[in-house]
Design a protein around this ligand. Structure first.
Ligand SMILES: Cc1ncc(C[n+]2csc(CCOP(=O)(O)OP(=O)(O)O)c2C)c(N)n1
Ligand SMILES: [Mg+2]
Length: 428
């Protein structure tokens, strides 16, 4: 049997104060723990206001709190923090370049932004080891960069160029690479990556490897049935799935306050019997620490973790959406909590791990890399019409599909049939 989750705390002993009813109620009460790493707990909600047939949202509560400090990482050193900061810069600058390419009519299809979510994408993927696995969602361009795709790959993909990861056969985020980068290509159906990544962890285990796999789901997408099925399966099978629930406060134009009744989405973990963690998704150190701890748990074979990252989608759903339905004070509040500006301040002014000159040089280096990649991507050819019927990743029979980590541990040969109990051992 899988080990029971550690997030349940034994019921408290009943108080012996003579009030029997109260005592028995206390004895029957179960107490669960959700770790909350945040240094700030925003206390405002969104209220829907109707005026005739118009609907708008207003912020209720205090949005004037000072910006909290970055939480000191338990694990990251100076070099690692600077590396994550660099990925975040590249992530943002690449998206700005994509926005410009779109406006120049060079992008085929839409562009989706992870503005304000760079710490979540980059610092989470940074916690994975090279041979572990990632399933990115559309806003996780930073995770793709960390996993080894270049800005050139991503820009060519958006422009549907012949040399892009899907050779121009798909225009946006539906690409991956299971040979080198261990990135599972997403499809648009929200939640479907969760059982797929659970399957990757299961497949690896059948080949004798216990590893961490990571994917993401939004505050909107986490309500889908397949999210429940996938995470429940991972929990029951003790699979090393690290699920980031990216609570960016909006699902299209619907605010999070109108999508679910729990206070924090991390509470959902209780129902799966797995640990739930809340972090400030704009604090790279918190993101990394939670991801690292969840990955370590996965590598020990203890099963999945649900991490709710709280932040804000700082643009519309995609480039076509001006997000006029978002109240301005909300943008202002989260703008002050910009993940890159906060991390830059931490590295330059708080830790003094980067001098202002080193910081300027680092930023200039990112600009140079991006400009070279943009130039290459723009000047590279579109696919030829005759190539349209070819395969996306390869051609039929062009390579043998082999187990990645070893020979499957399930008896298969010479009609060997394993008993039910053996199957259970192999599956767990
Ligand atoms: C199962 C499913 N239902 C609906 C959609 C259409 N859809 C695409 S993105 C989106 C909003 C997603 O919001 P959220 O999960 O919060 O992610 P975010 O866009 O904020 O990152 C919807 C409804 C879909 N792709 N898949
Ligand atoms: Mg959302």
């Amino acid at each position: 049997m899988p080990k029971k989750s550690k997030n349940r705390v034994a019921p408290r002993k009943a108080a012996s104060n003579g009030n029997r009813r109260q005592s028995s109620q206390a004895a029957n009460r179960r107490v669960y723990t959700i770790l909350d790493y945040r240094l700030e707990k925003p206390s405002f909600t969104l209220r829907q206001v109707r005026a005739g047939d118009q609907v708008r949202y207003e912020v209720e509560g205090d949005v004037s709190a000072p910006v909290p400090p970055i939480r000191e990482s338990k694990y990251l050193n100076r070099k690692q923090c600077i590396e994550i900061y660099r990925w975040m810069l590249l992530n943002r600058k690449m998206e700005t370049a994509l926005e410009n390419l779109y406006k120049q009519g060079k992008v085929v299809g839409g562009v989706y932004f992870g503005l304000g979510q760079e710490a979540c994408s980059c610092a989470s993927a940074y916690a994975l080891k090279p041979d572990e696995w990632l399933g990115p969602m559309i806003r996780n361009q930073g995770s793709l960069l960390v996993r080894g795709f270049s800005a050139r790959d991503i820009m060519m993909q958006y422009m549907a160029k012949a040399g892009s990861p899907t050779k121009g056969r798909d225009a946006s985020s539906h690409f991956g690479d299971i040979q080198q980068h261990n990135v599972v290509a997403p499809i648009s159906t929200l939640g479907d990556l969760i059982p797929v990544l659970a399957g990757v962890a299961l497949g690896a285990r059948l080949q004798g490897r216990t590893l961490a796999v990571m994917t993401y789901i939004g505050d909107g997408g986490q309500s889908t049935g397949v999210t429940y099925e996938g995470l429940n399966f991972a929990a029951v099978q003790n699979l090393g799935l690290v699920l980031f629930v990216e609570n960016n406060l909006w699902g299209y134009s619907t605010p999070a306050d109108m999508q679910f009744r729990v206070k924090d989405l991390a509470e959902r973990a209780i129902a799966y019997g797995i640990p739930g963690v809340i972090i400030d998704g704009t604090d790279a150190c918190q993101v990394y620490d939670a991801a690292h701890e969840a990955c370590e748990r996965a590598r020990r074979g203890e099963g999945p973790t649900l991490i709710e990252a709280k932040m804000m989608r700082m643009k519309g759903h995609a480039i076509h959406d001006a997000a006029e339905y978002v109240p301005k004070p909300l943008f202002e509040y989260w703008h002050q909590r910009d993940p890159i500006a906060r991390f830059e301040n931490y590295l330059v002014n708080v830790k003094k791990w980067l001098t202002p000159t080193e910081n300027r040089e680092l930023i200039a280096g990112v600009d140079r890399e991006l400009e070279a990649d943009r130039e290459f991507a723009v000047n590279s050819p579109m696919p030829t019409p005759e190539s349209a019927a070819g395969g996306t990743y390869c051609e039929p029979g062009c390579h043998e599909i082999k187990p990645k980590y070893g020979v499957p541990k399930v008896p298969t040969s010479k009609g060997a049939r394993f008993r039910k109990s053996e199957a259970a051992v192999h599956l767990r």
